[in-house]
Design a protein around this ligand. Structure first.
Ligand code: GDP
Ligand code: MG
Length: 683
């Protein structure tokens, strides 16, 4: 592109309709107008030039010099810019202020300072000073444009201008220059209408001497009084032939000079990195506006403060942009999480959004003041995390809930039927549930935070334990009920049998039945309970319950078998067997000399002896007392059991009542027997 630019015939930029350039890249802008007002459009313009995202990969150059010394003409030739040039035929002044253009095919912002010639006209030195401050604060190269015949005129306008530049520079970079950063600026002297009689070297020597003299004459602050001009500035000199008298030579030498701005490989490349003022391209507009504001209000221009203000403003902006996109992303999962869903891959998403936002912030903001950048980053991280945190916690809650539901379901499914092993079912379900939770929790973690899911896992564990305990209780109860049913079945018949026999060791027999059945039931329980991981206390309680229920079942059976009609039936049978049958079981036929009275009395007394036997449960074998309710029997303590009553089948009143009822029955048999002998005599 550079070669072509040199080969193609030069078209004066003034012939271009500058106000309506077709492409943004050749547009120019008046950043400071003749009312000394800063434009609000610079940021937009830099964007239109395509330089906003250039970071530090751009350059700024400004030109200084007396009026109508061909400054704009030079810039247009060097950078392909479109600054106004005074119309020769009308000799009309160009508009005052500071103009800016982007270099054609170059990432360069070029500033053209159009001032009235303050010193010569005795007016507006103020603007000169302000524009010098402004240019030095941002430019890498200051082109000082002057006629050859101005060289050596120490008192001339240019020298006054330079004095201003030096003073201003001391104020701006005086303290900072020593660390070698930011402060250094190149002064490029371009000597115009160089006739050639005086070699450039001589002109350069004269100028250098003048510059040093000016430097010496400055009243510097005491701490800077030993500083040299070369501590702050590099000097470069070049001369150009007369534009009209040696037009061809003028053009070719301008092109030569241009390559020094373009060719980065060249040894005399002018935009050395050390001159860069390190303002990121996207902050240039804000920075310049701030500088101008300070300059305008005649405040001391404190560049570090300006850079910090710039950093604050820009880092906030950059942060806001990053945050806006992040919020958009985070919003998408807010509803599902709040709705109770476990969002698949939420952790990956959150990490992604966070990293994206921070990467975006870092890319743009890290170019600014390190301290500000760092502080704003901490703020940004806090905001990001305060948005992610509810999602993380919500995810854990939902995960917790769903794991618990799955656990319950698995337990219920597993505890089906008779053959399950409780411990096994519980273990499997618990492990699966905890694993699912841990995996989900780990996935949801956001890198860079100190969040953890372990506490929530503990809560889940507690609930799992509670559910399991409940299940175990339910299952134990079911099991005991089952055992109880079996037990009832087993005692029913033997008890009936033994109660029917009414032998003296009747209760021993009955309690033995109870003992054997209960022993079997307890063994069944203990075998099953092994799988339930029951505690000793739980087992003891269950066995107590079993013993008590067995007792209650036995009592129910006994009560049923000793209800009035049944017990009277039993007594009657007993009596009949003794009174109506002989010792061989043969029915008696009473003869007149049979002692009916004696037989009757015997049978009746024997039968009445049964009433006290039935009336109280009392084994002869004392070892069986273990199965009876008593104060000393733990199974029956702490209960609303009426201990004294529980062994009593018939109270004394009841015994009397039964005895009377039986007597009546027996008397009837006696009468009947008497009658039968009378009848047999009568035959
Ligand atoms: P500025 O006011 O410093 O920006 O000067 P301009 O670029 O507007 O030019 C002022 C006048 O000087 C115009 O008429 C130009 O044609 C003319 N001019 C530009 N360059 C040169 C030069 O190198 N030598 C001479 N003698 N005139 C020039
Ligand atoms: Mg001009």
């Amino acid at each position: 592109a550079n070669l072509r630019a040199q080969d193609t015939p030069y078209v004066p930029p003034t012939s271009l309709p500058t106000s309506s350039s077709q492409t943004g890249s050749t547009e120019r802008i008046q950043i400071i107008d003749d009312q000394k007002k800063f434009t609000p459009d610079l940021a937009t313009q830099i964007e239109r030039w395509g330089l906003r995202d250039a970071g530090f990969s751009y350059n700024i150059v400004a030109v200084f010099g007396s009026q109508s010394t061909g400054k704009s003409t030079l810039l247009n030739r060097l950078f392909g810019t479109t600054f106004d040039v005074m119309d020769e035929t009308k000799r009309q002044q160009t508009t005052k202020g500071i103009w800016m253009c982007r270099g054609k095919d170059m990432d360069v912002m070029v500033m053209d300072v159009e001032g009235t010639d303050g010193r010569e006209r005795g007016e507006d030195q103020d603007f000169e000073r302000k524009s010098a401050l402004f240019s030095l604060a941002s430019s890498e190269i200051l082109i000082v444009n002057l006629w050859e015949h101005q060289v050596g005129l120490y008192q001339g306008a240019n020298m006054g201008l330079l004095k201003t530049v030096f003073e201003v520079n001391l104020g701006l970079f005086g303290k900072k220059a020593q660390d070698g950063s930011n402060g250094r600026t190149l002064l490029l002297f371009v000597i115009r209408d160089h006739i050639g009689q005086t070699p450039l070297a001589n002109l350069q020597a004269t100028l250098t001497a003048d510059l040093n003299r000016i430097w010496e004459s400055l009243s510097k602050p005491t701490d800077l009084k030993d500083r040299l001009l070369s501590d702050y500035f590099d000097l470069a000199f070049t001369a150009l032939p007369h534009k009209i008298l040696s037009a061809d030579k003028f053009e070719s030498e301008v092109q030569e000079l241009r390559t020094r701005f373009v060719d980065k490989e060249s040894s005399d490349y002018l935009f050395k990195p050390v001159y860069h003022k390190r303002i990121p391209a996207d902050g240039v507009a804000f920075y310049m506006e701030g500088i101008w504001e300070q300059v305008q209000t005649n405040k001391d221009l404190d560049l570090p403060t300006q850079q910090e203000l710039l950093a604050q403003f820009r880092c906030d902006e950059i942060s806001a942009v990053a945050l806006a996109e992040f919020n958009e992303q985070a919003k998408s999962q807010k509803r599902p999480v709040e709705g109770g869903r476990v969002v698949e891959g939420l952790g990956a998403m959150m990490n992604n959004w966070r990293t994206q936002a921070l990467t975006r912030y870092d890319r743009d903001a890290s170019r600014y003041h390190k301290g500000v950048y760092g502080r704003k980053r901490v703020d940004l991280v806090a905001v990001l995390d305060s948005t992610l945190s509810p999602l993380f916690l919500g995810q854990l809650k939902n995960l917790h809930k769903s794991c618990l539901v799955t656990f319950k379901k698995e337990m219920l499914d597993g505890l089906h039927g008779e053959d399950y092993d409780f411990a096994n079912v519980f273990q499997t379900a618990r492990e699966r549930s905890e694993r699912t939770f841990s995996e989900g929790g780990r996935e949801a973690l956001v890198e860079g935070t100190d969040w953890s899911w372990e506490e929530e896992l503990e809560l889940l564990r507690d609930e799992i334990r509670a559910v399991a305990d409940q299940c175990r209780k339910d299952e134990t109860t079911k099991m005991i009920n089952l055992i109880e049913r079996n037990l009832k079945k087993h005692i029913s018949e033997p008890v009936e049998l033994h109660l029917g026999k009414a032998s003296p060791d009747m209760w021993d027999e009955i309690l033995r039945v109870l003992r054997d059945t209960l022993d079997k039931a307890e063994r069944t329980y203990l075998t099953k309970a092994k799988g339930f991981n029951c505690t000793e206390e739980e087992n003891a309680a269950a066995l107590d319950a079993l013993r008590k229920r067995a007792w209650v079942a036995l009592r129910v059976k006994i009560d049923e078998q000793t209800a009035d009609p049944i017990i009277l039936g039993k007594l009657r049978n007993h009596f009949e067997e003794r009174f109506r049958y002989d010792e061989h079981g043969v029915p008696r036929v009473w003869k007149p000399d049979d002692d009916i009275d004696d037989a009757f009395k015997k049978a009746k007394d024997q039968t009445l002896d049964l009433v006290p036997l039935y009336s109280k449960i009392s084994p002869r074998d004392t070892s069986l007392e273990f199965y009876l309710p008593s104060e000393s029997n733990d199974s029956f303590s702490n209960d609303d059991f009426d201990l004294s009553a529980s062994l009593v089948i018939f109270t004394e009143t009841k015994c009397l009542d039964l005895t009377n009822k039986f007597r009546r029955d027996a008397d009837a048999y006696y009468v009947e027997a008497k009658r039968s002998t009378v009848a047999s005599i009568a035959q």
